[in-house]
Design a protein around this ligand. Structure first.
Ligand code: F6R
Length: 610
């Protein structure tokens, strides 16, 4: 979590740093700060709360300095406060650092430093870094940073500046993102590309243990022994506008509307002229696929729900046993894994700490690991045997929408590919699915541009004051129900229970009272009749039904209080359309309640701590 940005160049950097932070605010927003070197001394500014508060006092820092670092925080160690906000400084005020991640051994480091006479001003783990640099400094910030890095345990990325070396920022990373942006006569370093996307698209992704020395004219990278290393310069194809709201009132709403394009991009070139699925870079040979006995999917949150859809598809089409595991649990079990397993790690960011740990565990046990991610160069891509990219573009809204839909598409494509390679789906069958998949972006686009959204907004306003929602689904509609419930919880804060419709009478039905709103994912499929019976059970308790149904299905229309009809498609592909009214419903419930949709409380976009 947390966002870091640094600038070294010829322009006054206070405002450039602040604009960079604005682009990273989705990573954390409980406090913020920056430090700029001016006249060979460090100017510092801290504020509590989101970036508006920092902006209000920004002119307390002069606008002369042309090198600096900045940070927006998501608290791990120490409450949100001005003292705990980064940048942190050493005892002399000559060094400043910003850090993202966790220094696991900070307590022992802090105790040693205190015994040596260092005095601390914050409760954070990060402050030790400034003092370690102070202790190690002998005229070279780079050397002091390396010395400091060697003593740190955990996973983190940090950047340091020194008043005595006003022309460089030194950064390092360990299992946490750090990216360099290369400009003309100026350079950037940040936690994520959007921080400097308005200025440059030429980027370098340093490796763990690389020492990145960012100067005004040059960026040099060294290994821990001081040897120069070369890293590939890549061009990112996002533009800055993608990081803006493009006329929508929130990023989340914009991203919901970007879903047809995100699906089309993820699908592009993945359907061969013969209608079969073509996937590159998976790192799986024909022999691997033949001897595969089991698939384990590891993920967190929304990505876990995409994994559940993968389970249905892989079992149905590729006849391979699948387990879907919450990564934070899986990593601490003693799971039975071996070379006959394929572990698929789903993570839009590719940086989620628990998912990365679960991948590593599976890898150590001999499984092959495939990362399914949206972010090129992310940690997951570095640690996997193969990668399947979604192409959702940048997602800023904390609540995942378009990345989820593209994950679902990717797992469906993978399951078709696998079923075909294992000889379990004939060419005709695969072709019928891929033809249908090709139609989905246009179906969804028509749906979003039609009148559905207005209807959902009106319905949401009627239920927004409610104290509770229940969401039901069956079969492949169950992960959709879980995802719809998560959206409601995340952004509207209304307590929401999701459960398999058939499981309801084993307990959750007791929650229902006269008028309780129950959302039912009821698109057409093999279990539709069963679901209709469940709806009747709920109705008999006086609950109000909000049903998501396939276009033209009038059966539920008679029983439901609200019906959100979605375009008709194959039942296995239905999650691609059925989740959209639930995203919109959650969105408009949250909006009607006056919540800040893009920045839900207590959450951050990328969870790089366990
Ligand atoms: C929910 C949401 C989170 C993420 C989860 C995993 O809207 O965004 O639940 O899905 O934190 O993140 P990734 O996919 O980046 O591993």
């Amino acid at each position: 979590m947390c966002g870091i940005v640094g600038y070294a160049g010829g322009r006054p950097c206070r405002d450039i740093l602040f604009q960079g932070l604005r682009k990273l605010e989705y990573r954390g927003y409980d406090s913020a700060g920056l430090s700029v070197i001016s006249d060979d001394r460090l100017e510092l500014l801290h504020s509590v709360g989101n970036l508006d508060n920092l902006e209000a006092i920004l002119d307390q820092v002069g606008d002369k300095g042309t090198l600096g670092i900045a940070h927006t925080r998501w608290a791990t160690h120490g409450r949100p406060s001005a003292e705990n906000a980064h940048p942190h400084t050493d005892c002399t005020g000559r060094f400043a650092i910003v850090l993202n991640g966790i220094v696991e051994n900070y307590l022992s480091l802090r105790a040693t430093l205190q015994d040596e006479g260092h005095s601390f001003t914050s409760e954070t783990d990060a402050e030790v870094v400034a003092h370690l640099i102070e202790r190690a400094y002998q005229g070279s910030l780079r050397q002091a940073v390396v010395e400091t890095y060697r003593q740190m345990e955990g996973h983190f990325a940090f950047c340091a500046i020194a008043a005595d070396e006003p022309d460089v920022i030194v950064g390092m990373r360990k299992e946490t993102p750090l990216v360099v942006g290369l400009g003309q006569g100026e350079n950037f370093v940040a936690s994520a590309v959007p921080a400097f996307l308005a200025e440059t698209r030429a980027v370098v992704f340093p490796d763990d243990g690389d020492v990145v020395v960012v100067g005004r004219e040059t960026v040099e990278i060294f290994d821990l022994d001081g040897k120069r290393v070369e890293r590939l310069i890549q061009t990112v194809d996002w533009d800055d506008e993608a990081a803006e709201k493009a006329g929508y009132e929130t990023f989340m709403l914009k991203e919901i509307h970007e879903q047809p394009a995100a699906l089309a991009d993820t699908l592009a070139e993945r359907i061969a002229p013969d209608g079969r699925v073509a996937l590159d870079g998976l790192g799986l040979s024909a022999e691997d696929i033949r001897r595969l006995e089991r698939v384990i999917i590891v993920a967190c949150g929304t990505s876990y729900h995409a994994g559940l859809i993968g389970e249905y598809a892989l079992e149905r089409w590729a006849r391979v046993p699948v387990e879907v595991e919450v990564a934070s649990e899986f990593r601490y079990r003693d799971p039975v894994i071996g070379p006959d397993c394929l572990c698929i790690a789903i993570s839009q960011s590719g940086e989620t700490a628990d998912t990365l740990a679960a991948m590593r565990l599976a890898r150590r046990a001999g499984a092959q690991v495939l990362a399914l991610t949206n972010i090129v160069g992310s940690q997951a891509t570095r640690e996997a045997d193969g990668v399947l990219f979604t192409r959702a573009g940048l997602e800023i809204g904390v609540a995942a929408t378009k990345t989820f839909l593209t994950q679902v598409l990717a797992v469906l494509l993978f399951a078709l590919w696998m079923g075909d390679r294992r000889g379990l789906l004939d060419g005709e069958r695969v072709r019928s699915f891929t033809e249908e998949l090709r139609r989905v972006p246009a179906l969804l686009s028509d749906y979003l541009e039609g009148g559905a959204e207005g209807q959902i907004e009106e319905a949401a306003a009627r239920y927004a004051a409610g104290r509770f929602f229940m969401v039901l689904g069956r079969d492949v509609g169950l992960p959709v129900a879980l995802e719809g419930a998560l959206k409601l919880k995340e952004i509207s804060y209304v307590p929401t229970e999701a459960c398999p419709a058939g499981e309801m009478k084993h307990g959750p039905i007791a929650l229902l009272e006269e008028g309780s709103p129950v959302v039912v994912v009821a698109t057409d499929g093999g279990v539709h009749d069963k679901l209709v019976s469940n709806v009747q059970e709920v109705r008999a308790r006086g609950a109000r039904i909000i049903a998501v149904t396939s276009e033209g299905n009038e059966r539920l229309a008679e029983m439901a209080d609200e019906v959100f009809q979605v375009p008709r498609t194959d039942e296995m592909l239905a999650p691609l359309v059925a989740v959209v009214p639930l995203q919109l419903f959650a969105y408009y419930v949250a909006k009607a309640r006056g919540e800040k949709v893009d920045q839900p409380r207590n959450l951050a976009k990328t969870v790089t701590v366990e």
